[in-house]
Design a binder for this molecule. Structure first.
Ligand code: ASP
Length: 346
């Protein structure tokens, strides 16, 4: 009888980001550095006792260069390797990590294994780096089981002692190690001496369905952030971009916008042409309540959809996903009003 226990196997997907950057000795500018095998670069990883494999993007990307094509590539790697690994850790630049984690949450339906994004504020080779702690703990969380099933079968972000639902995160600090925040949803785990999971907040995987991947994203979307003094010229230029199908309208407070006739008319015409407009608050915390003020109810009357407590990152990527998936606005609007992957509290 073979009583050898199968080792937990994890795939580390290195897309780039500061974690793997080096400083040019002459210009002092940071640029991505291609690891051949990240496990060889960080000997500490061998001590985890897991079977670690890696996939490296060539060239690795500063995350400012991440786009939907890269999301499709990450999803394809996960899909191809889904049955060979127990979990996935995606190393990614912090700048657009919240967008990528949000996008993947929608692109991976019926996810039953952990997909954990992490990165660092300082490169792995620098003395005070936060990379090792982030990476090693992300690996441990990806491997965590309870009653033989993964504890966190979701797309998440692990950074500085906290695990967050990916589509609830925002990068909120450009220099502190604690770079991410999930303003409208509790963290899923906190790590200190122990890893403490917030079990009741984690999406449970009680389905036996197979993973479904959605790789058709529609990039004909935009974000319009309102500001006092926005001109008719600017607003109508945005709302009349040729081919634009979806717009994240970043409004004030609980979802308010100017109720000047010219503004409402631009909105009205766009909705009548078939544009899907999602109302997302500019506030980091709290939610849109479109029936609260006369400056928001006018938007509702014209067919603008409430984003509830969604982040801008999740709103944009949810629109890309739904517009890529459905041609009828009825289905898109139905799903915008639903929590698909825990991205909103309705
Ligand atoms: N510019 C880097 C990136 O997002 C920053 C980082 O990784 O923290 O790729």
């Amino acid at each position: 009888m073979n009583d050898k226990k199968k080792l937990t196997s994890l795939l580390i997907i290195y897309t780039g980001g500061t974690i793997g950057m080096v400083r040019d000795p002459v210009t002092r500018i940071l640029h991505p550095f291609p690891f051949d095998n990240i496990v060889d670069e960080i000997p500490e990883l061998k001590k985890t006792g897991y079977q670690l494999s890696s996939f490296t993007f060539d060239p690795p990307l500063d995350s400012s260069n991440i786009n939907p094509e890269v999301w499709v590539k990450i999803v394809a790697i996960i899909e191809e390797n889904y049955h060979h690994f127990d979990g996935f850790v995606v190393l990614h630049g912090t700048d657009t990590m919240a967008y990528s984690a949000s996008a993947l949450s929608f692109m991976l339906e019926n996810l039953g294994k952990p997909v954990i994004f992490t990165g660092s504020q300082l490169p792995i080779g620098s003395l005070r780096t936060d990379a090792k702690e982030n990476l090693v703990t992300a690996i441990q969380i990806a491997a965590a089981l309870k009653d033989c099933v993964p504890v966190v079968p979701e797309v998440t972000v692990f950074f500085q002692n906290r695990l967050y639902r990916g589509n609830r995160t925002t990068k909120h600090n450009a220099e502190e190690f604690k770079a991410f925040q999930s303003y409208n949803y509790p963290y899923l785990a906190e790590t200190g001496v122990h890893v403490r999971f917030n079990y009741s907040e984690i999406l449970s995987c009680n389905h036996c369905d197979d993973l479904i991947t959605h790789k058709n994203l529609d990039s004909n979307v935009a974000i319009l952030k309102l500001y006092p003094g926005i001109s008719q010229k600017v607003a109508s230029a945005m709302l009349n971009v040729e081919g634009l199908r979806g717009l994240v309208l970043e409004t004030f407070g609980a979802g308010t916008a100017p109720n000047e006739p010219w503004f409402l008319e631009v909105i009205d015409k766009a909705v009548k042409r078939g544009m899907v407009i999602l109302n997302v608050t500019q506030c980091a915390e709290g939610r849109v309540e479109m029936d609260m003020y006369e400056t928001s109810i006018e938007l509702e009357k014209r067919g603008v959809i409430s984003g509830y407590d969604i982040t801008t990152e999740a709103a944009l990527t949810k629109l890309m996903y739904l517009l890529g998936r459905y041609s009828s606005n009825n289905e898109i609007i139905r799903d915008l009003n639903k929590s698909l992957r825990g991205e909103i509290t309705v």
